[in-house]
Design a protein around this ligand. Structure first.
Ligand code: IMP
Length: 424
């Protein structure tokens, strides 16, 4: 029986969820994205072509699949339009198979301006956001003065709601010469975008319910990673949405029983972009080597990613809070050349060992990683498609991870391309 799977990042994002969604989408009828916005960067490589998507579910690359953007997403209509144009330029037809919830909040130009101003005013304590306006848009949503997709189709209501922003955000907008502060211009742009969005409107919650009742298979596409969850991640160095499994329920309007399996996506080592504690970070030649071999540069911002060894403490947290049952391990081939591979099994805090992530950020910032060391396999695993054909030391590495986390491994990725995959 085919399962409805949720794809959740278990680290600080950039685990390679795009490839996993693309692969598993082949077995699904419907793909639904439930949180985040254009801060995400999902890379999919098919037939020598590379697609980077930010807002539109990565499932769109698979022909004929139905894709939904749920109410938990914050949708930047300008970025969305650009992405639609990109799909068209690549010969991908999204008509009649890409739908958006009218309850989705919008990220508007002033949100990006506010994101930039707030980052600046945080000074040395800046979060290192993607500056895509994500935080300010979720603030508006929760404060209940956000503008939602449905508002686009009622020009008077849209104008009123935009005018109210002028009052609320006076300290950012008044007297600003930044074009992003120009609400009249935003209004005009939105009028045009409404025409594009109108045929895509659907009650996503209801559509998913019906699809489920009809026996269709659904793939729930997460963005960012569990350690960036606004409640359960390394707050305040987090994004502004629930990147963990609960986000799928509220971000799409579905019940928990619609999800049969939570697949956790884990990179074979760790990376992080932006500021905040990162216990296994390597600021040395080994870290540089991981960055170079793994091409660890942000798909959205191009920023170099911070790199480090695998952190089992953070992964135990992610497995527990998401109810992860199986793992998709990505970028195993990046470790091919290392003669020694380390895995953090515990943190040392105030001279004591502990196996769980402390929730106090100040404590997390001071923990020291306790490592176990493993011999590297030092041979090329790129493109390996069978678990049995992996070198024994690579298999031991994977088995060690699965044993510690008490989950099974369902997939190992050994390269960027679709076919460079081991289905376990
Ligand atoms: P924001 O989501 O743009 O507000 O950024 C908040 C934090 O989340 C920053 O550290 C970002 O670098 C990080 N972040 C946001 N989206 C992603 C992502 O898709 N991958 C990795 N990090 C992300």
């Amino acid at each position: 029986m085919k399962k409805n799977r949720a794809i959740i990042g278990c680290q600080w994002g950039d685990e390679g969820k795009g490839k996993i969604v693309d692969l598993l989408a082949a077995d699904a009828d419907v793909i639904a994205r439930f949180q985040g916005g254009a801060n995400a960067g999902h890379t999919i490589c098919v037939d020598h072509k590379k697609y980077i998507l930010h807002l539109i579910p990565a499932g769109i690359i698979q022909p004929g699949k139905i894709c939904y953007i749920g109410n938990g997403v914050v949708l930047d209509p300008l970025a969305f339009k650009e992405e639609l144009a990109f799909l068209t330029s690549q010969g991908i037809d999204y008509r009649n198979r890409l739908f958006v919830s009218p309850a989705t909040n919008l990220v508007l130009p002033y949100h990006k301006l506010i994101d930039a101003v707030e980052e600046e005013s945080r000074g040395t304590a800046s979060l290192g956001t993607t500056q895509r306006g994500i935080g300010p848009a979720y603030v508006d949503k929760v404060a209940r003065h956000g503008i939602r997709v449905a508002d686009l189709f009622s020009p008077d209501r849209l104008r009123k709601r935009l005018e109210f922003q002028r009052v609320l955000k006076a300290r950012y907008l008044e007297g600003s010469v930044d074009p992003r502060a120009d609400l009249e211009r935003t209004y005009q742009e939105l009028q045009e975008l409404a025409v594009t969005l109108r045929p895509m409107m659907i009650d996503v919650s209801l559509a998913l319910y019906r699809a489920h009742r009809e026996g269709k298979t659904i793939l729930f596409e997460g963005a960012q990673g569990s350690m960036l969850d606004v409640d359960l991640g390394t707050y305040p160095f987090a994004t502004s949405s629930n990147t963990t499994i609960g986000g799928a329920l509220t971000g799409l309007g579905i019940g928990p029983k619609m999800i049969d399996e939570v697949v956790g996506v884990v990179k074979a080592y760790t990376t992080r972009v932006g500021a905040g504690p990162f216990p296994t970070e390597l600021v040395d030649a080994v870290g540089e080597q991981l960055r170079t071999i793994g091409d660890e540069y942000g798909a959205t911002t191009g920023r170099p990613r911070r790199t480090g060894w695998l952190d089992l403490v953070a992964l135990r947290h992610a497995v527990r809070i998401n109810g992860v049952e199986s793992l998709a391990i990505t970028k195993l081939d990046v470790l091919d050349q290392f003669d020694e591979i380390k895995v953090c099994t515990h943190y040392e805090l105030h001279g004591e060992r502990q196996g769980e992530v402390p929730l106090d950020l100040a404590e997390l910032a001071t923990v020291k990683p306790v490592y176990t060391s493993m011999p590297g396999w030092q041979c090329d695993t790129t493109g390996t498609t069978s678990f049995a054909k992996l070198p024994e030391k690579a298999r031991s590495y994977l088995e060690y991870i699965a044993r510690d986390l008490e989950v099974r491994i369902c997939l190992v990725s050994t390269g960027a391309k679709r076919e460079e995959t081991i289905l376990v």
